[in-house]
Structures are given as C-alpha cells and as structure tokens.
Design a protein around this ligand. Structure first.
Ligand code: NIG
Ligand code: FE
Length: 389
C-alpha cells in the first residue's frame, strides 16, 4: 500500500475501453503515437486510477439535518435511533416517496460523485424496512445500474434496523428476511450482495451470520456493517460468514485484527462517518502495520455521512488516521475494487484493466490530492476510455 508505483513523464494508451499500454514517455512505441485517434496532454498533472466507492446508501428520500443539530446539542446517534429517529426516520420518509422521486435524488447524487472522481460504486438499499419498501429501493438502484456510465454493484441491506412493530419479536423479522425476502430478491436478480448492520441496538453477530448464510444459499455474497459504535462482534461475524467486506471498524482491537488476518474479508474504513459523528477513527495504522489490506469508502447516507466526496475521504484518512497518501489512494481504488470483487478488472492502472482513471489539475505531487482537503483536485474523469467529466 505504501508503494505508489509512480511513473514520471508517462504515457497511457487506451484501446477498446481498456488500458493497452503505459510507461515512461521515452519508451512509448512510435506506432502507438501514430495510431492514436485522440490525444490528451497531461503535462504537470497526475493521472491516477478512478475512485471505487464500495459503500454507499445513495438511495434515500430526505436529509436529516435536524438530527445533526440534536447531536451537536448532546444527543447520541444511538439515543436518536432508540427514540424512533435515525434509520427509522429515513424509512418513514422513504415510504412516503415515489420511485421516481427516489430515482431523481439518487441520480443527482450519482452524478455529483462522478464529478468528484468516483468511477465505480456500490449502492445499498436499507431504508425500506419492509418487503415492498426494500423492493422499491432495489428497483431504483437497478435502474441506476442500468443507466449509469460507471459500474454499479447493488447490495440488499436486509437488516438495517428493527422496525418498531418487531421489537418484541425479532426472531420473526429475521425469519422473514432469511426465508421470504432474500429468496425473492435473489430470484428477481435485484441485488449482488446482502448486508447487515451488526451493532448493539440493531442486529447481533448470530443474526448476522444467519442472514449472510441465507444470502449465500441464494447466491448473494455478504457484507457487514461492523464495530461502528461498539465492539459488537461484527468483525468476527463477517469472518465466520465469509463476507466480502467488514465495513466501519472504528472499534477494533487485537481480537478483531486476529480474526481479519487469516481471512479474505476486506476491512473497509469509512472516515467520513467518524468525522461527521465525532467519534474515534478506526485504527488504520495499527491495521496496516498488522499487514491488513484495508479499503476506504464514503458511506454516503443522510444520517452519518452526507457526502460521497472520495477526495475528502482520502484527505480525512491521511490527516486523522495517519494513512500515507499512497496508502489512502490504494485503499480508495485497488483495495476497494477488491472489496467489490472487481480487483482483476479495476482499481489500478494496469494493462488489460478497464480504462477508469482521473486527471488532476496541475499539481506538484500526487500528495497534493489529500493535502488540499475539502477540495477536489480532479479535473477529468475517464470511464471505459471515455471522458465523462
Ligand atoms: O453506515 N450503519 C448503518 N447505516 C448507516 C447509517 C444509516 C443512517 O443513519 O441513516 C451507516 O452509518
Ligand atoms: Fe453504511
């Protein structure tokens, strides 16, 4: 992760939407220069792989700034959730919105993050909390996948919060998810993954494993929201269930590190959430120094991270978690691509991979990308060899 593998004074040659060659300019084969149909002069600029945002809740109905102000006045995220706010608040707003309204909002957010350099994205449902509600969100996500110029993976966040009416009979809710909803979502091919919010006050590690096992039975690989607010056992549940990723990980100690070390679960950190909630950041240094290949993602959602700006995510990872710029960029591109099982096709500048890359403004070094925190140095966004921005 520390090796940025920089090529100074480089060329990059794309063909058929893929990277066909790259290297130092003086090594560029003369026939490539002759046959190129389009040329872009990138003098003084940095060309880097496009961001892969492997964790977003892009489809939602309304912002939650009132809860933000409540938290500034001392209420905690868990207190707001226990009183019927938080995810349940978003669920009510989502239920009242039409599919077209949800699509329009999500489409706008998708283009907003593309302009900031996101070239592949994961989108979760999760604000439906009922079968019909979740189907509505999944259909919106599928519509985005169909029309989006960037690749999209869709996740069925089946267990996000327990609806009020199930508070006394949670086993019934888990049974519904496992035996009715997951089979139906999988049969209609509405999702690629299934996800669970494994947290105190939400879902337990055993419930998480049960739901991920049901997903696996129906061809949906797993992801887990783990250890955001407490040592919830979510990391161990993700490892036990063979999930593709365990996301958040603010509360991680030696036991969690041991569990992750021997597994294929990609530990995914979401520093935008820690920033916005004002909680301690995930111990990124400790994880990297323990040999873990961590990913970075945004968690774009109306409650805990109302931004999908990956430049800010990378900058926060550096300034607050002491990740080096090369580590943060690797985490936000190649490792995040691996978290979405896209690692062999995206996430780095390599011959044969899809030509998804960014061209920055003129910069004296790639380390200026996180240095200019709160700004985007991204000037051009190329996806599949075509310029989108
Ligand atoms: O990733 N943790 C669960 N989901 C979101 C928060 C959702 C919300 O508050 O609306 C998260 O932080
Ligand atoms: Fe999330």
């Amino acid at each position: 992760m520390q090796d940025a593998d920089l090529v100074e004074d480089a060329f990059l040659y794309c063909e058929g939407g893929r990277i066909a060659a790259f290297g130092p300019m003086h090594e560029m084969p003369p026939d490539l220069a002759a046959q190129a149909t389009e040329r872009v002069d990138c003098t003084g600029r940095v060309v880097l792989p496009g961001y892969v945002d492997s964790h977003t809740h892009l489809v939602f109905a309304a912002t939650r700034e009132a809860e933000y102000v409540q938290r500034l006045q001392g209420a905690t995220y868990e207190q707001i959730a226990a009183a019927g706010g938080g995810i349940l608040n978003s669920a009510r707003r989502t239920a009242a919105a039409t599919e077209n309204e949800l699509l329009a909002g999500a489409r706008q957010r998708l283009w907003e993050v593309i302009r900031l350099g996101t070239t592949a994205i994961e989108i979760k449902s999760g604000y439906g909390l009922s079968f019909d509600g979740e189907l509505k969100l999944l259909r919106v996500a599928q519509q985005l996948k169909a029309e989006s110029p960037i690749p999209v993976r869709v996740t069925y966040l089946a267990a996000h919060a327990l609806p009020m009416e199930y508070r006394e009979r949670r086993q019934d809710y888990i049974r519904l998810i496992c035996h009715e909803w997951i089979p139906a979502v999988a049969a209609e091919k509405l999702a690629d993954y299934v996800d669970v919010f494994c947290e105190h006050g939400f879902f337990t590690p055993d419930e998480t494993v049960e739901i991920l096992a049901a997903g696996a039975t129906h061809g949906l690989a797993g992801r887990v929201h783990a250890n955001e607010l407490a040592y919830s056992g979510g990391v161990q549940a993700a490892v036990r269930a063979g999930a593709c990723s365990a996301d958040h990980l603010e509360c991680v100690g030696p036991e969690e590190l041991r569990a992750l070390a021997g597994s294929a679960v990609v530990p995914t950190l979401l520093p935008g959430t820690a920033f916005f909630l004002g909680i301690a950041y995930a111990p990124a240094r400790m994880m990297i120094d323990a040999g873990l290949g961590i990913a970075l993602a945004s968690d774009y959602n109306p409650g805990t991270c109302p931004t999908g700006n990956m430049n800010l995510v990378v900058a926060t990872a550096c300034a607050q978690m002491k990740m080096l710029p090369a580590e943060a960029l690797c985490a936000a591109t190649l490792n995040a691509a691996h978290a979405l099982q896209w690692g062999s096709d995206m996430g780095s500048i390599a011959v044969g991979k899809v030509a998804n890359f960014l061209v920055t403004n003129p910069l004296s070094s790639y380390t200026c990308i996180p240095y200019h925190f709160g700004h985007s140095t991204v000037q051009q966004v190329w996806v599949g060899g075509k310029r989108l921005v």
